[in-house]
Write a protein that binds this ligand. Structure first.
Ligand SMILES: *Cc1c(COP(=O)(O)O)cnc(C)c1O
Length: 369
């Protein structure tokens, strides 16, 4: 349903309209029935009781932080968190006198060393969706609860089909619905799910005061995307794992960053806590030149080159070396190639990647002689 204006039966009804929140309808900015239906569906998927949808994944991350962080607070953000969240924290929040501190992504109970008397919230991403480090969420949550610190995690990589943060005690579970929920690369949307009603009230107000309203048409598209989420997720996850295992054995691939692989440092945590591997993983190739990376991407005929992921068409993204080397707690000083596996035939995708690696090898050879 589309609406900016909500009409009331009587003046008394209109005067009391604020009492309808956080669930009801008083003006378009606080949500429409389409948004509310989507919120109920997402909350159920997450094993939570409440959800607030926002216009993008980034707006969900920002809204979650803005709801609770004030000047003088200490905010812990993983170095592997979504780039725009880190920029928002370091450029905007720090300017509002929030003490922002970046912590190493593959952390567990050791997070305790970072906690101060004014620590308000810990922001996590599991795994980091470029570098794929796995935090030990149950261990972090245990420490956070002992110190009265809130936790939020960006759960986009796993989706609630593979991991439900709320069931592990995380306060706020965030999804970029742009990715797997929507599933067709044709919308932007985000969600914040939770169990605590007082958090829900705060986040509904934050969403509306910051003007973070979603289009009912986009909510509808996500509702439709959710109908096929499980079949897409299962199919894309299976192909992704099969391709990742093959790439692991390729001589030009130095490392496949994918917690589902036994060789990955996050595998133990993934195996213990997660029920699926999703469709997104990264590669570090053997050291070479920029020309070789250009040759790799130019040779791809099936993978499109682009940001975002989780759609039905496969996608490859490039993260240059300086971006990695300059990060706090860097994982590598090499470039990273990130692959999002779609619904295409695995063999077709594999032969496209082998063609790319072949071009990479040839260009590496040509430039080193
Ligand atoms: C894409 C993405 C976001 C941001 O979502 P948008 O809808 O593009 O703003 C946040 N976190 C993760 C892990 C993402 O992949």
């Amino acid at each position: 349903m589309r609406a900016s204006t909500v009409v009331f039966d009587s003046l008394a009804d209109f005067t009391r309209r604020k009492e309808r929140q956080p669930d009801g309808f008083s003006y378009g900015i606080t949500g429409t029935p389409t948004a509310r239906l989507l919120e109920h569906r997402i909350a159920a998927l997450e094993g939570g009781t409440h959800c607030v949808v926002t216009p993008s994944g980034q707006s969900a991350l920002m809204t979650a932080v803005m709801g609770f962080i004030r000047g003088g607070d200490h905010l812990l953000v993983s170095a592997a968190c979504y780039g725009a969240l880190k920029t928002f924290a370091q450029k905007w929040l720090a300017g509002f006198n929030v003490e922002v501190e970046i912590y190493p992504p593959a952390i567990g109970a050791d997070i305790e060393a970072y906690i101060k008397p004014n620590t308000k919230m810990i922001c996590m991403e599991s795994p980091g969706t470029v570098t794929m480090e796995m935090p030990d969420i149950p261990a972090i949550v245990k420490v956070a609860k002992r110190h009265g610190v809130m936790t939020m995690t960006d759960n986009t990589w796993a989706s609630p089909l593979a991991f439900r943060p709320l069931e592990h005690g995380v306060d706020l579970s965030i999804e970029a619905a742009t990715k797997l929920f929507g599933g067709h690369s044709d919308l932007l949307l985000g969600s914040i799910s939770m169990n605590d009603f007082s958090y829900y009230e705060i986040l509904r107000e934050t969403q509306s005061v910051l003007g973070q309203q979603t289009s009912p048409d986009d909510c509808f598209l996500v509702l439709r995307g959710l109908e096929t989420l499980k079949v897409r997720f299962d199919a894309q996850s299976a192909t992704a794992l099969q391709i990742a295992r093959k790439l692991e054995d390729h001589p030009s691939v130095e490392k496949v960053l994918f917690p589902a692989l036994e060789s990955d440092t996050g595998n133990m945590i993934w195996k213990r806590d997660f029920k699926g591997n999703g469709c997104l993983f990264s590669l570090i190739l053997r050291p070479s030149t920029d020309t070789a990376y250009i040759a790799f991407f130019d040779a791809l005929t099936h993978f499109a080159i682009g940001a975002s992921w989780g759609g039905v068409h496969s996608l490859a993204a490039f993260y240059p070396a300086p971006l990695q080397a300059d990060r706090r707690f860097p994982l590598t000083d090499q470039p990273i190639i990130r692959l999002s596996i779609g619904l295409e035939e695995g063999d077709l995708l594999m032969s496209d990647l082998l063609g790319g690696l072949d071009a990479f090898d040839k260009a590496s050879g040509a430039t080193s002689t």
